[in-house]
Design a protein around this ligand. Structure first.
Ligand code: MG
Length: 510
């Protein structure tokens, strides 16, 4: 491992392998519980994973190890003898340990119990469409989130209580950053959505959404598309789960899932491509970073920038759709009666949706803005949980002109709040807008993406660029540092807005 030469770093990494190994099996346990585990195994699996987690924490908080880290930090950070990878190891371990140290174990346990109960109640409340049922649980979670923010804010220069929660998911990103980001995209997205709605091509349903497929046929199709994307099935598994996800066990073992709902094949297809984007990131990290804390990518936003790049910028582009249509027609006979333009319109349907996960590239971000604004207000205490359904409806109407007729299609739709995941949502939009920055950079450094996709090795060329510029570094740099490193600039939403404008003005003719 030539990247890690300093004796103290070597010592740290050797010790860290135990943490890595425990994490490896936690991921496997988690993957199994979401794919193949019989349902009755859930309780004991939960206990097993929690025990492994606390063992991992104990190992990380071992006083001898903390001393070693401190010594290494003093020796390396202030001198020119360390390389970026070595500094990255110290930074990441310090960050993980700081969070562990700031949250009292009694609090962590209280939150775990509350979140577990809240998730069960949320599921029932959603099924019965009863917000009142969930309200007390959510109030408890919000109180715990405020406490968590207070704990995590100690010795930090945060300006808003929500900052600490955001920073957990996207290092260095605080309320002000996201506020500025959302303020700058709200108007342009509203204007774009208006133009689309005024177009004579505007439709809110498409017949292809109703065409039914055979699940086994669809699975073969998904595998063929993964092969076209260069997937290596010696390193990648495709399985089924109710919510598609991606987990990497190592640099040579990534697991993705998709879902099959018997109709609307695009949902299954694009979920597969999305999760492939996550897996590609994990698999293209430099092999020298094996067993180190630098695995797994920079942040939630960076990871989402990879999945959305493949799902939308590549996957729903007209050149790619043209490329895959003949393959699709082999498997899905009903497609043979549709013209390419019709298929392309289906793959890029823009219309207001009540459900975030079903939203298109344009309206998706209104869902995220809504959750960001509500979370911020809940955490600062300017909004009560009891007021959520009302404000939810009002904002949905203001943003995309639709209002939920039920709690299940409104405030109860996402699992995040019941699980205590406050501060997570904004990374979805950030990732999407980052994918626009990568697109612009590829166009600048390598060439026009549609032209590349027409070439036989175009996909490989794009993947190599992603590897060289982003993937191979793993989590060595913070997200803000990495944006600078890749583009020479700070984060900007402009490239993604340009991409949307260019794409949808063509599709909708305005
Ligand atoms: Mg994703």
């Amino acid at each position: 491992m030539t990247k890690f030469e300093h004796p103290k770093i070597k010592e740290i990494l050797e010790y860290y392998q135990i943490v890595w190994a425990l994490g490896h099996f936690s991921i496997l346990g988690n993957w199994d519980s979401r794919t193949y585990m019989p349902i009755a195994g859930a309780e004991e699996r939960g206990v097993a994973l929690a025990k492994i987690d606390s063992l991992k924490q104990k190992i990380l908080l071992d006083p001898e190890f903390l001393k070693l880290l401190d010594e290494a930090e003093k020796e390396l950070v202030n001198k020119e003898i360390a390389n970026d990878y070595e500094r990255g190891v110290i930074r990441l371990l310090k960050r993980t340990i700081e969070i562990l140290q700031k949250l009292p174990s009694s609090f962590v346990e209280e939150l775990a119990i509350a979140a577990n109960k809240a998730q069960m109640v949320w599921e029932k409340a959603k099924a019965e469409d009863d917000f009142k049922l969930f309200q007390t649980e959510l109030e408890k979670i919000v109180e715990l989130m405020k406490q968590q923010a207070t704990y995590l804010s100690v010795d930090k220069n945060y300006r808003h209580p929500y900052d600490a929660l955001l920073d957990q998911y996207e290092e260095g990103w605080i309320t002000e950053d996201f506020q500025q980001f959302f303020d700058s995209i709200r108007r342009p997205l509203q204007e774009l959505f208006q133009s689309i709605k005024s177009s004579s091509n505007y439709i809110t349903t498409h017949p292809l959404e109703e065409e039914t497929y055979d699940r086994n046929v669809m699975e073969k199709l998904n595998r063929d598309i993964l092969l076209l994307l260069g997937a290596d099935f010696d390193k990648l598994r495709l399985d089924v789960s109710s919510h598609p996800f991606s987990e990497a066990l190592s640099l040579n073992d990534a697991r993705i899932t998709t879902r099959y709902r018997d109709r609307n094949f695009g949902e299954s297809l694009f979920a597969t491509i999305h999760e492939f984007g996550h897996a590609l990131y994990d698999l293209q990290v430099d092999q020298d970073l094996k067993y180190t804390p630098l695995l797994g990518g920079i942040s939630y936003g960076f990871h989402e920038s990879q999945s959305r790049f493949w799902e939308n910028i590549i996957g729903r582009s007209s050149v790619f759709l043209e490329k895959i249509l003949p393959i699709l027609k082999e498997y899905l006979v009903f497609l043979r009666k549709y013209e390419f333009e019709d298929f392309a319109r289906y793959a890029n349907l823009v219309r207001p949706s009540l459900i975030r996960v079903e939203a298109d590239e344009v309206t998706y971000h209104f869902h995220i803005m809504l959750r960001f604004e509500l979370e911020k207000q809940l955490i600062e205490g300017s909004l009560k949980v009891s007021e959520l359904p009302q404000i939810w409806s009002a904002k949905m109407k203001e943003y995309i002109g639709v209002e939920p007729k039920s709690y299940a299609t409104g405030v109860l739709q996402d699992i995040h709040w019941s699980a205590g995941l406050f501060g997570y949502f904004p990374t979805y939009s950030l990732g999407t807008f980052l994918s626009g920055m990568w697109r612009a950079q590829i166009q600048k450094e390598v060439g026009d993406i549609p032209e590349l996709l027409k070439q036989e090795n175009g996909i490989t060329t794009i993947q190599q660029w992603l590897k060289d510029k982003i993937h191979k570094f793993g989590a060595t740099y913070t997200s803000k540092e990495m944006i600078q490193k890749i583009t020479g600039k700070d984060f900007s939403p402009a490239p993604f807005l340009d991409y949307l404008q260019e794409k949808y003005s063509k599709l909708y003719g305005f």
